[in-house]
Design a binder for this molecule. Structure first.
Ligand SMILES: Cc1cc2nc3c(=O)[nH]c(=O)nc-3n(C[C@H](O)[C@H](O)[C@H](O)COP(=O)(O)O)c2cc1C
Length: 248
């Protein structure tokens, strides 16, 4: 069983789709899987050349304006010929993520993929729509750091006092438990998707999200966007670059 995971985010580094591709692979032991980028037209040739040799494809993509990114649409229209030329139907799965909190926003994009499968002779295996994808990606960086800090404190305590304080053990359990809780919907549906891929079955579409209340999501997301703009220097650029102000 060979699975091709196409990471269709245009981002070169990082990105939520990359995070979910890696997370999904953890659920696929025993399956020959590889992640291939589908960032732009340059990736079309290599990705298409892999299509005849795989049993299934999982397209991992960011939601753009409630639909598929335009380069993905272009790729799919070219890949239609490859699908039709196959002796056996290609099983097609998808993992969509979006910035807003509701995973159900990905429903339209998953329906577009299902229609493409019907048109090109591929078998639609179903998809997972994940809301708050960017936040889950950021939490996927923050929590390993927090956990590593607690583990380091434990090691230092073990060397200096010979014991590990129970509050550190509690703190470790809280950090791991919180990450698991925030991701529980994603982990459950990735597991279901992996079973569907393994058995080459159709599972229908599932929708989930980052497990924080929507009322908290908005201020946290706003704060994140503010920090992110600061990080990319946009605020400083606007404030400090005098030549961008109109001449007096
Ligand atoms: C051009 C563009 C359009 C987007 N449209 C939507 C949208 O309609 N709904 C939504 O929830 N998020 C939207 N987003 C946010 C992305 O889906 C979200 O940030 C996603 O996590 C990015 O995934 P990536 O890091 O894998 O590229 C849009 C982002 C961009 C750049």
């Amino acid at each position: 069983m060979k699975l091709l995971i196409l990471n269709a985010s245009p981002k070169k580094k990082g990105g939520a789709s990359r995070f979910f591709s890696s997370l999904f692979r953890l659920f696929l032991p025993g399956i020959q899987s590889q992640v291939h980028p589908l960032r732009n037209r340059q990736d079309f040739g290599p990705a298409r050349s892999l299509l005849p040799s795989v049993d299934a494809v999982c397209l991992v993509f960011p939601l753009y304006v409630d639909a598929l990114p335009s380069h993905v649409v272009e790729f799919l229209s070219l890949a239609e010929t490859d699908c039709r030329a196959r002796p056996h139907a290609l099983h097609f799965y998808a993992l969509a993520n979006n910035g807003f909190v509701e995973g159900r926003q990905n429903a339209c994009a998953l329906h577009i993929l299902e229609a493409w499968c019907q048109h090109s002779g591929a078998v639609w295996g179903g998809g997972v729509g994940i809301g708050g994808g960017t936040m889950l990606r950021v939490l996927g960086i923050v929590y390993p750091i927090l956990i590593a800090v607690v583990l380091l404190q434990m090691v230092l305590s073990l060397f200096s006092t010979g014991t590990i304080p129970s509050d550190l053990v509690g703190s470790l359990a809280v950090q791991i438990g919180t990450w698991l809780f925030l991701n529980c919907g994603v982990l459950l549906y990735l597991f279901q998707l992996s079973l569907a891929v393994r058995k080459q079955k159709t599972m229908g579409n599932r929708f989930t999200r980052v497990m924080i209340p929507s009322v908290l999501f908005v201020p946290v997301a706003d704060l994140f966007m503010l920090l992110s703009s600061l990080f990319h220097g946009r605020f400083l650029f606007t404030l400090l670059r005098q030549d961008h102000w109109p001449d007096h």
